[in-house]
Write a protein that binds this ligand. Structure first.
Ligand code: ATP
Length: 333
């Protein structure tokens, strides 16, 4: 386990600013989710942590020591990537044991460590199989077990679940969180799937254009987005925005309430023209417009809603955020 710090970290590829000045402290044992759209610099940041890229500027510290000049193997970091890269001709046991075999560890210790990691990930019964004889979800666990046998100080994962189908992915997420808590390894997890980031991260760092736009607990990022980018990127469906004079106001799809049900005076009232209703079982996503602005609301399946008709809806003022026009920074009211 270890504390990881980034100080003024930059990585430029020619004129491309892949990582453009990041200061960050990741606590010992923390699960940090790095969330951002394609091209925001997530993978480059991971490669910098791992020592696969050299910073253009700034430093990376693990437990207070600068690791800029340390080669990957000496950083105490293990990585799991989207492609599990298992050796097809080695058994699961030999795949997991591989990093230890290279280190020249004796057979007895290798066996103990492989069995420990396999037990943690519930794959003890698969050790004699070949990779072609196990499922995608099991391969992913083998890859994680292989990353853990060297008892890394820091575990880096770059979209490790993206090859799995939705259901397995959900289960794998659950397991990942549990074993990470169990062993308390500091984990940095890259994803562009915000449900994954929200579900897994103790904190989420939202990246865009090589910078961290906001870092905080999942509920903080969701409820108190620092700017319009974070507000629009985090949340399914994304936050609704309406331009008003010199500001943008934003509110979440679930903030809408039918006007007749609201007793408070501190509300914003809207005429919402419904264009389409999508029934998702537990709730309905209702697409429409307020003035010219496209809006999505999440309304109870009990309400009577008619397409093509204007409905009176309200949003409580406490659920409304205001953002500046330029950089979209949050305006405190
Ligand atoms: P994705 O989610 O698509 O994997 P990402 O957030 O991981 O994206 P990066 O792969 O870190 O983004 O890329 C950040 C920026 O740096 C992009 O504009 C990318 O084109 C650029 N980039 C990354 N690696 C290199 C390289 N070796 N040479 C030049 N530009 C690069």
């Amino acid at each position: 386990m270890a504390k990881v710090e980034l100080k003024g970290l930059k990585k430029y590829f020619g004129h491309v600013k892949a990582v453009d000045g990041i200061d960050l402290e990741i606590k010992d044992g923390e699960f940090l989710a790095l969330l951002g759209p394609s091209g925001s610099g997530k993978t480059t940041l991971m490669r910098l942590f791992a020592g696969l890229e050299r910073p253009s500027e700034g430093s990376i510290l693990i437990d207070g020591g600068n690791v800029n000049d340390l080669p990957p193997r000496e950083r105490g970091i293990a990585m799991v990537f989207q492609s599990y890269a298992l050796y097809p001709h080695k058994t699961v046991f030999k795949n997991i044991a591989f990093p230890l075999t290279i280190e020249g560890l004796n057979k007895e210790d290798i066996k103990k460590k492989v069995e420990w990691a396999a037990g943690l990930l519930h794959i003890g019964h698969l050790l004699e199989r070949m990779p072609s004889q196990i499922s995608g979800g099991e391969k992913q666990r083998v890859a994680i077990a292989r990353a853990l046998v060297r008892t890394p100080k820091v575990l880096l994962m770059d979209e490790p679940l993206s090859n799995l189908d939705a259901k397995v992915r959900h289960m794998a997420r659950e397991e990942l969180k549990l074993f990470q808590r169990d062993i308390g390894v500091t984990t940095i997890y890259v994803t562009h799937d915000q449900a994954e980031a929200m579900g897994l991260g103790d904190r989420i760092a939202v990246m865009n254009d090589g910078r961290i736009r906001q870092i905080g607990a999942p509920e903080e990022i969701y409820n108190e987005p620092a700017d319009a980018f974070v507000a629009g990127f985090v949340g399914i469906p994304p936050m609704n925005f309406i331009e008003q004079d010199n500001i943008i106001i934003g509110f979440r799809a679930e903030a809408f309430l039918p006007a007749e049900l609201i007793k408070e005076k501190e509300v914003m009232s809207f005429r919402f023209r419904i264009e389409r209703v999508e029934n998702l079982g537990a709730y309905r996503l209702v697409y429409g417009r307020i003035g010219k602005n496209k809006i999505i609301s999440n309304l109870s399946a009990r309400l009577v809603l008619k397409e093509g008709v204007e409905h009176a809806l309200c949003v409580r003022m406490e659920d409304v955020g205001a953002f500046g026009m330029g950089k979209g920074t949050k305006i405190n009211r």
